[in-house]
Write a protein that binds this ligand. Sequence first.
Ligand code: ZN
Length: 141
Amino acid sequence: MAKRRRTPLQIAKDKAWAACSKFIRIDAADEDGNCACVTCGRTYHWKKIQAGHWINDRTNAVLFMEDGIHPQCYGCNVRKQSNPIRYWLWMEENIGRARMDQMIAKMDDSMEYDIYDYQNLEKEFTRRAERAAKEKKISLK
Ligand SMILES: [Zn+2]
């Protein structure tokens, strides 16, 4: 079956998420550009690791909730479907139960983004990724 053509809104959303993911990984990286998977502790270069959601369903309400998005390796994020028990423990230790409860309360909210919202998110995350990369003197490419 032919691949369905993405709508301009989907394209804008994908770009916003790509920028968010990049920011999360660069923000967590050390000055060599490496970051640790929050659920297994293995270290990878930021380009070889993913940004994984603590709350798995990728509704708009949680998609860009930064406190719930952290570096995860492919094995944990995809094969272990976010490695949820370890992720929960990591969140409790690093983000705290109060903030987790706030995120849980919001996870079913419906949020409408239009194309401009996504474009603004993309711009903002790109700007922050650039700033973090500059501070650490690591390459964004
Ligand atoms: Zn991992």
